[in-house]
Ligand binder design. Structure first.
Ligand code: AMP
Ligand code: ZN
Length: 447
């Protein structure tokens, strides 16, 4: 195994020992924030002796972070802080995360480790197509690429023509790209009749939003590259938390920097390896603003058994979605990714889709799946057949018959950042009916 640093090659025993040492320090740091001080002492963790005891600490929730916005959980002197980021607010109002120089350095090293793991080296030319600014997918990945020594282009989001020009002019062979945008970029390439074999990109780091194996396969084909899933969130620094190795089968979580738990969403009890639940994470080397037992809202499972690559850091499965993305319709639970999986398995379907849920005051509910067709599906008969086949397959998957609406190519709205895949209009009805509307629940906070 060719490793970026020592931490990457730790065995289970050394990971456990290092975690306990770092956890002790992290608890000392965290106890400088009043919220954590009282929780730590109430849980009797002032002198922790085992990782098991740590599970007595209550979870940190998004609401805790919101409640302590903007500086309430900073535990170092403010003069030591050098950077802040804020959650893009996929749901609700913002949360802020603060970093010291050491935090930035550790984060960059973790990110560089991820990139090195999939074969990226200092001779590579890297383009970051993520938005910069408060979103960690910009500077987070950027610093990792520079740490690795790549020639790094901070292209930023959007302007597809310029992205393509930069990639081709500078022979960019590694990109970081949000999967929904990768599908769009790939489609543009196809329309411009650029042969993926002639396209210089050989590795795409894809992440920041849920996506399926089907989406990965499409992106790999459209761009002629290998895609590696990158997972992270601002609360745990940003990207660089977990990353696929060359096996493309689960994401290694860097356990020298994070403690991973998966818990049942309802009972909050730990679930056995292999079972799905909510991911809970703890920072182990963040001095500016430690976050302990954070309920990420992301659904995944720990993949049991060793990874053939030889790394012993635990692997999580791809995120199937956020707990709050789950659609409950007619008593059935549906994840948007179940719908994506079906849609993208049809080659006649194009690269963009939108799920709409409509309700009426009378309680009738409709699930509408709008999907763009590819250019090869133009005739009315072809569309009618496709619509029937899709409806049937979706019904088999989600147990509800959706209304399938096939759309012309490029007719659905697209965004530079994370895609909005679901529009739930039932919430508007509910909120109209209540005096005290929770605006955040209706209209996601946007920076
Ligand atoms: P933010 O902190 O605003 O960047 O958002 C972090 C959230 O983005 C995570 O909690 C996940 O819900 C989502 N996310 C990030 N990376 C991935 C990924 N590789 N797969 C699925 N969801 C992801
Ligand atoms: Zn591996």
């Amino acid at each position: 195994m060719d490793l970026f640093d020592q931490g990457e090659g730790l065995n289970r025993q050394r990971i456990a020992a290092l975690q306990l040492t770092r956890l002790k320090t992290t608890l000392e740091w965290a106890a400088r924030a009043p919220m954590y001080a009282s929780r730590i002492s109430q849980a009797g963790l002032n002198n922790i002796q085992s990782l098991e005891e740590f599970k007595r600490l209550p979870f940190t929730t998004k609401d805790d972070l919101r409640g302590h916005y903007p500086y309430g959980l900073v535990v170092t002197d403010h003069s030591k802080l050098v950077r802040m980021h804020a959650s893009s607010g996929t749901t609700g109002s913002p949360t802020a995360i603060h970093y010291t120089q050491a935090d930035i350095d550790n984060w960059a090293a973790l990110m560089a480790r991820c990139m090195y793991m999939v074969g990226i080296r200092n001779s590579d030319v890297f383009q970051n197509t993520s938005g910069y600014g408060l979103f960690t997918g910009g500077l987070g990945i950027h610093y990792g690429a520079e740490r690795l020594g790549c020639l790094t282009s901070p292209a930023g989001a959007g302007n597809t023509r310029r992205q393509l020009k930069l990639i081709r002019d500078f022979n960019v062979n590694v990109i970081h790209i949000i999967p929904s945008y990768a599908l769009y970029l790939g489609e543009t390439l196809r329309q411009e009749k650029i042969d993926p074999k002639e396209f210089p990109v050989r590795i795409a780091i894809i992440g920041a939003e849920p996506h399926t194996e089907e989406a990965r396969a499409r992106i790999e084909e459209l761009l002629g590259c290998r895609c590696y899933n990158s997972y992270g969130m601002s609360e745990m620094n940003g990207p660089g938390v977990a990353f696929e190795c060359l096996e493309q089968n689960g994401l290694h979580v860097w356990e020298d920097a994070y403690i991973v738990e998966v818990v049942d969403r309802h009972t909050q009890a730990p679930v056995p390896d292999g079972e799905f639940g909510e991911l809970v994470m703890t920072t182990l080397n963040r001095e500016g603003m430690p976050v302990l037992r954070y309920r990420t809202g992301d659904i995944t499972r720990i993949l049991p058994g060793p990874c053939p690559c030889g790394r012993e850091h635990v692997r999580i499965d791809r995120i199937t979605g956020r707990a709050d993305d789950m659609i409950i319709l007619k008593g059935v639970n549906i994840y948007p990714m179940q719908i994506e999986q079906v849609l993208l398995s049809f080659e006649e379907i194009g690269q963009n889709y939108l799920i709409e849920i409509e309700g009426s005051q009378m309680g009738q509910e409709v699930l509408r799946v709008k999907a763009e067709v590819g250019e090869n599906c133009a005739s009315p008969e072809e569309r009618a057949n496709l619509q029937k086949a899709l409806t049937r397959r979706l019904k088999d998957e989600i147990l509800i018959t959706p209304e399938v609406k096939l759309m012309d190519p490029e007719s659905l709205p697209k965004k530079d950042g994370k895609a909005v895949r679901v529009v739930d209009m039932r919430k508007d009805i509910k909120s109209e009916a209540t005096e005290n509307k929770d605006k955040d629940a209706v209209r996601p906070y946007a920076w």
